[in-house]
Design a protein. Structure first.
Length: 311
């Protein structure tokens, strides 16, 4: 099976508005393909699909051609990339084999970020990154890029300048002005660690995880303590699980949890077993009173910015 029903979607970081000027997933061996939704300021979050159009039944693409604009930098980027066709084909085939009526994957998602970062995921009930690359900075005419009849550079500059306050909250704008753009974030998000989850006084079941690198998966404890497998996983951004009494949804602050994982992993003098990271939940009710810490044999860090949803 090499033909599947799939559609195209897009994403961008929450704090750095981006815009796709044009993008196409090019069909294997052809110079045309399925277009990626373009236009509009993208701030939905890394790995969160924003829009879509009708699905097609066709072979998967083997290349990505994309041009985009970074409002925080006021820069245009362009790239044409080879995609790992065989890997994507295998994932789609496995998804159909697992459930023919509702396959695991039915979308291709292109992500764009400041500095020219480009990523691609296959997405559906799960999301799996299949490509990460770098586009080149280019010079484009704003009237052509945004399809607007600017009469002068001053007019196009004014249009671009107003997009940040239109897209970001006052707190986001203040953070951007104070901290600038964190160009290393999206490569740091791709780092993987040997970690597992457990609860202090409860048994927890049935994970759903969204990772900071844009991937997501439903897990049934392949990485719980006592059921260990040597698996290196991305850092979690959001987790859902249940106990015998309640369902919990946990939202992490991306920068806090990534920095904490990096700090624990920096103890290079420890053995692999000692460096293994435990994430321990102290679950309470109301849920908002819960807390979480991560630790290894050397150090423990309590996460301060975790939000446990209450309802």
């Amino acid at each position: 099976m090499t033909e599947f029903t799939w559609s195209a979607t897009e994403c961008a970081p929450e704090d750095y508005p981006m815009e796709i000027i044009s993008g196409t997933f090019l069909f294997k061996g052809e110079e045309h393909g399925l277009y990626i939704p373009d236009g509009g300021n993208l701030t939905g979050g890394w790995g969160n699909p924003i829009s879509s159009h009708g699905s097609i039944t066709h072979e998967l693409p083997d290349r990505l051609d994309i041009t985009f604009f970074s409002y925080a930098e006021k820069k245009y980027y362009q790239g044409k990339f080879e995609l790992p066709y065989d890997k994507m084909l295998e994932l789609f085939q496995q998804g159909v084999e697992a459930n023919k009526e509702h396959p695991s994957y039915n979308k291709l998602m292109a992500g764009i970020a400041p500095g020219g970062v480009v990523a691609v995921w296959v997405k559906g009930r799960h999301a799996t990154e299949v490509f990460f690359g770098q586009a080149d900075e280019v010079n484009l005419d704003p009237s052509h890029a945004f399809n607007l009849p600017f009469s002068s550079k001053e007019e196009s500059d004014a249009y671009i300048a107003k997009q940040l306050p239109n897209s970001l909250s006052p707190d986001q704008l203040a953070s951007l002005e104070k901290n600038g753009i964190r160009f290393d974030l999206w490569s740091r998000y791709r780092n993987r660690y040997h970690w597992f989850a457990k609860a202090k006084d409860n048994t927890i079941y049935g994970f759903f995880l969204k990772y900071v690198n844009g991937e997501s998966v439903e897990e049934h404890f392949p990485f719980l303590e006592g059921e260990q497998k040597l698996r290196y996983l991305p850092v979690p951004r959001k987790m859902s699980f249940k106990t015998d009494e309640y369902i919990y949804q946990v939202n992490f602050d991306e920068l806090e949890i990534v920095s904490a994982f990096e700090q624990l992993d920096a103890h290079e003098n420890l053995s692999e077993e000692q460096r293994r990271i435990a994430m321990e939940f102290d679950l309470q009710y109301p849920r908002s009173k819960s807390s979480v810490k991560i630790y290894n044999a050397k150090e423990s860090i309590e996460l301060k910015k975790v939000v446990f949803d209450d309802w």
